[in-house]
Design a protein around this ligand. Structure first.
Ligand code: FES
Length: 339
C-alpha cells in the first residue's frame, strides 16, 4: 500500500512523495531526491523531528530522549521512524533548499481567460506536467507575468480542472496591476506562463468539527478548492458554513459553483454579504456583521479566513474582542501588487 505524503517545508514549499507501508518518511523522501536532515537514523538523536499535521501513522521505535510522550501526543514524530498508514501532511522544520529540493516549476499554457466581473478574472492553465501536480486545497502558486522574467504574483488555486490536466485561479483586477494588465490586454489561449508551486500553510485540515469559512473578494478561490476536496471525500461529517463578502453586487462571482456545492455537500451552507448599502443582496455590511453564534459552536469550530489584509485584521480583531477561542484559526492575507 502506498500513501501520498505532503512534506511542508519551513519556507512554505510543499513537495508530495509516495511512501509505501514498509518505508519510513526519511527513506521514501530520500528515494525521491529529498534529503530530510537526519543523523542516527535510529530514533535516538532527534535530528529528523517533524510534526504530522494530518493522517494516521505509526511512530516506530525511538528513545524518549529523542521524542517525549508529550511531543508524541501532540503530533511530533521522528521522520526516520515514521511510517504513514494513510495519506499524511508532515511539517518539516527546515527550508526546502536545505533538503536539496525546491518548488516545482511548470511551463503552462492559457486554456481560458475570462472576466467574471469588473473586479475578477478567471484564469485556467493547462500543461503536460500538470497531470502530476498535487496541492493541498487552499494553497497557492506563483505565476510569472510573461515578459517579466523575475516578477511573480501569488494566487490561490481555485480548482484542478475535471480532466486533471489543468488548474484554475480567481485573480483580482487591480487597475494598473502587472498581471491585470497582462490578462486584460495580452492573455489569450495558448500563451505560455510559468507557474511555481504549490506553497503555503493555508489549507484544509481534516474536518473533525464544524468549519467556518470567511472569504473576502477573490479570497473565495481557496475555499472553492477546499469545497472540491470535501466533495471528493464524499461530503463533510460536520456543518461547513461560508460567508463571502464583497464590496458591490458586481463583485459577486462563482455563485453557480456555490449553489452546486449546497447540492453535493448536504451540510454546506453559505451567505453573501455586500458592503454597498444599495446592494440587492439581503445581507449588507462586512463579514463580521454576519458571523452568528451558531457558526462559532461555542468555540468548537475550525475557522479559515482569506481576504485582503484589512479584512483579515478586522475579522481577527472582531473574534478576539468577542472572546472567541476557536479550536483552530487559519488565515491567509493577500495584498494586490501594482508594480
Ligand atoms: Fe536520529 Fe531520526 S535521524 S532520530
Amino acid at each position: 500500500m502506498s500513501y501520498n505524503v505532503a512534506l511542508n517545508f519551513e519556507d512554505g514549499v510543499t513537495r508530495f512523495i509516495d511512501c509505501n507501508g514498509a518505508e519510513s518518511v526519511v527513506d521514501a523522501a530520500y528515494r525521491q531526491g529529498i534529503n530530510i536532515p537526519m543523523d542516527c537514523r535510529e530514533g535516538a538523536c532527534a535530528t529528523c523531528k517533524c510534526r504530522v499535521e494530518s493522517g494516521s501513522y505509526s511512530l516506530g521505535e525511538y528513545i524518549e530522549d529523542a521524542l517525549s510522550h508529550e511531543e508524541a501526543d501532540t503530533g511530533y514524530a521522528l521522520a526516520c521512524q515514521l511510517r504513514p498508514t494513510s495519506d499524511c501532511v508532515v511539517l518539516i522544520p527546515t527550508g526546502s533548499g536545505a533538503c536539496g529540493t525546491r518548488q516545482e516549476s511548470y511551463v503552462t499554457r492559457i486554456r481560458d481567460v475570462r472576466r467574471l466581473s469588473d473586479s475578477t478574472f478567471a484564469l485556467e492553465l493547462e500543461g503536460d506536467g500538470l497531470g502530476a501536480l498535487d496541492f493541498l486545497p487552499g494553497q497557492y502558486a506563483n505565476l510569472q507575468v510573461p515578459g517579466e522574467a523575475h516578477r511573480h504574483r501569488a494566487y490561490s488555486f481555485s480548482s484542478i480542472t475535471a480532466d486533471r490536466g489543468g488548474v484554475s485561479f480567481l485573480i483580482r483586477n487591480v487597475p494598473g496591476g502587472l498581471m491585470s494588465g497582462f490578462l486584460s490586454e495580452r492573455a489569450a489561449p495558448g500563451v505560455e506562463l510559468v507557474m511555481n508551486g504549490p506553497f503555503g500553510s493555508f489549507y484544509l485540515r481534516p474536518v473533525s468539527r464544524p468549519v467556518l469559512m470567511l472569504a473576502g473578494g477573490t479570497g473565495l478561490a481557496p475555499f472553492l478548492a477546499m469545497l472540491d476536496k470535501i466533495v471528493a471525500a464524499g461530503g463533510s461529517p460536520h456543518p461547513v458554513h461560508l460567508i463571502y463578502g464583497v464590496n458591490t453586487d458586481r463583485d459577486v462571482v462563482e455563485t453557480e459553483r456555490l449553489e452546486a456545492f449546497t447540492r453535493t455537500i448536504p451540510n454546506f451552507t453559505y451567505s453573501i454579504c455586500v458592503v454597498d448599502a444599495n446592494s440587492g443582496y439581503p445581507k449588507k455590511g462586512y463579514v463580521t456583521h454576519h458571523i452568528e453564534p451558531a457558526h462559532l459552536n461555542d468555540g468548537d469550530v475550525d475557522i479559515y479566513l482569506c481576504g485582503p489584509p484589512p479584512m483579515v485584521e478586522a475579522v481577527a480583531q472582531h473574534l478576539r474582542e468577542a472572546g472567541v477561542n476557536a479550536a483552530s484559526f487559519h488565515f491567509e492575507k493577500f495584498a494586490p501588487s501594482i508594480s
